[in-house]
Design a protein around this ligand. Structure first.
Ligand SMILES: O=P(O)(O)O[C@H]1O[C@H](CO)[C@@H](O)[C@H]1O
Ligand SMILES: [Mn+2]
Ligand SMILES: [Mn+2]
Length: 434
């Protein structure tokens, strides 16, 4: 029975799309710019409590053997700087551009699953006073809040450092947005309460219906307000030392995909869809047979491996590795992104060792988030398509004109009727037994 394993490296773009100019992203290249910084020795990181550190050129030998650097070269025209190009490539590799109108996570994932987003999302483009009064008034009234603060474009970590204390003192949640179609609500897990935050998000989800907003995101945090001056030499010396930090209890309230995804089709056809990490939230819980929550790339990898060890059956296992984006991309943390990639690469052989003959493995991404780029938002980029399966031969899959080629290939592999969008890169002779 065919199985497919799809690993989404959230935000791991491999070069700007032809339409990147429209997004202010011409020249963005998440992989290329990380590799260049590593080659220049600008992404060294000492060992610390968070990991073993890293040094020198970007080392991704296992992804390289699947064709990552070849795919990047076909996308951008150049080899990534300082990387070791493997003598032999064993994977089928390509790069894909996005048909969807946005460069956000749901659009990217839905298109990967065969359903591009052709309509325009609603956005809140004003940097300050971003949300309509009518919306905030209704939220305050329906949720019984003393008010809200924030109401601007912001980076989530910056805004809790800046407004966390005011939030704790006033009980007013922090509302903010970004270049994405999002309404984000940050609140303290203990003083405000996690369940209450989720309830407020559900009310916001309903109130946002007329605005066509893709996601409401609950951003719980913990920690304390400033406790005096920090000592000389410490990070943030001279500033009030707040300890506000976000927790793993983030929750995304997405609208439903506009058409049945390949996940939905498999689930409805009696197959099993195992959603690991944020996947279930991203697909608004549509077409999910089993949800496995895990936080951090090691736990996400462990959950993926254990799902691969489960008894067979026609199934899709899909995992989102969110820290590339959330912890490193948006925070413009080049050394951290490089270290996370190297760590992922080092664990990849564990996945390869668990592949069965009729499995199809696909590694890909949902958009870019170039950590060397201005601002803190995503970047409109091509995604890598690295595929390995019993009957797929090694070599280039070329330039794919939509992420939906992945969904179409999954439909073929899993024995489903064709999706409306995308072209399969599996030849019929290469499909598994159903
Ligand atoms: O800065 P933080 O809160 O991480 O938010 C980022 O994460 C959101 C979802 O990807 C994006 O819209 C961006 O605003
Ligand atoms: Mn994403
Ligand atoms: Mn993001």
């Amino acid at each position: 029975m065919s199985r497919a394993i799809v690993l989404v490296l959230d935000s791991f773009g491999i070069g700007a799309t032809p339409d990147a100019e429209r997004f202010g992203d011409a020249g963005a290249d998440t992989l290329g710019h990380i590799a260049a910084a590593c080659a220049r020795g600008e992404a060294d990181m000492p060992a610390g409590p968070d990991g073993p550190g890293r040094r020198g050129p970007l080392a991704l030998p296992n992804l390289a053997r699947l064709g990552l650097f070849h795919a990047h070269r076909e996308s951008t025209g150049d080899w990534a700087e300082g990387v070791e190009v493997p003598a032999e490539v064993v994977g089928a590799y390509g790069h894909a551009r996005e048909l969807s109108s946005g460069k956000d996570t749901p659009s990217g994932h839905w298109e990967i699953a065969g359903v591009p987003v052709r309509f325009d999302w609603g956005y809140f483009p004003e940097r300050e006073q971003s949300f309509p009064d009518a919306l905030l008034d209704a939220l305050v009234q329906e949720a019984g809040l003393p008010g809200v603060i924030g109401n601007c474009h912001a980076s989530g970590t910056e805004i809790i450092a800046r407004l966390g204390e005011a939030h704790v003192e006033s009980g007013k949640p922090i509302v903010y947005t970004s270049a994405d179609s999002v309404f984000q609500i940050a609140a303290h897990e203990e003083t405000f309460g996690l369940e209450r935050l989720y309830q407020v998000c559900e009310i916001a989800r309903r109130l946002l219906e007329p605005y066509n907003i893709g996601r409401v995101i609950a951003r719980p945090f913990v920690g304390e307000k400033g406790v005096g001056e920090k000592g000389v030499g410490e990070k943030g010396a001279g500033k009030n030392a707040t300890t506000f930090a976000r927790t793993a209890n983030r929750r995304d309230y997405s609208v439903e995909p506009p058409a049945p995804t390949v996940l939905q089709r498999l689930h409805d056809d009696g197959g099993t869809v195992v959603a690991i990490g944020k996947i279930a939230d991203i697909y608004a819980h549509c077409g999910i047979s089993r949800t496995v929550k895990a936080s951090g790339h090691d736990a996400l990898m462990d959950a993926t491996l254990s799902a691969m060890m489960d008894a067979g059956g026609r199934r899709l296992i899909m995992t989102n590795f969110v820290d590339f984006d959330m912890v490193h991309g948006h925070r413009r943390d080049v050394p951290g992104y490089a270290a996370a990639l190297e760590h992922f690469d080092a664990r990849l052989p564990e996945v390869l060792a668990r592949l069965r003959d009729d499995d199809l493995l696909i590694l890909t991404a949902d958009h870019g988030c170039d950590p060397t780029w201005a601002g803190t938002d995503h970047t409109r980029e091509q995604i890598p398509v690295l595929a390995l399966g019993g009957r797929l031969s090694a070599g280039s899959l070329g330039a794919r004109t939509t992420f939906a080629d992945i969904g179409q290939s999954l439909a073929v592999h899993l024995g489903l009727p064709p999706m409306d969008d995308g072209m399969s890169f599996l030849r019929p002779a290469e499909t598994g037994d159903h």
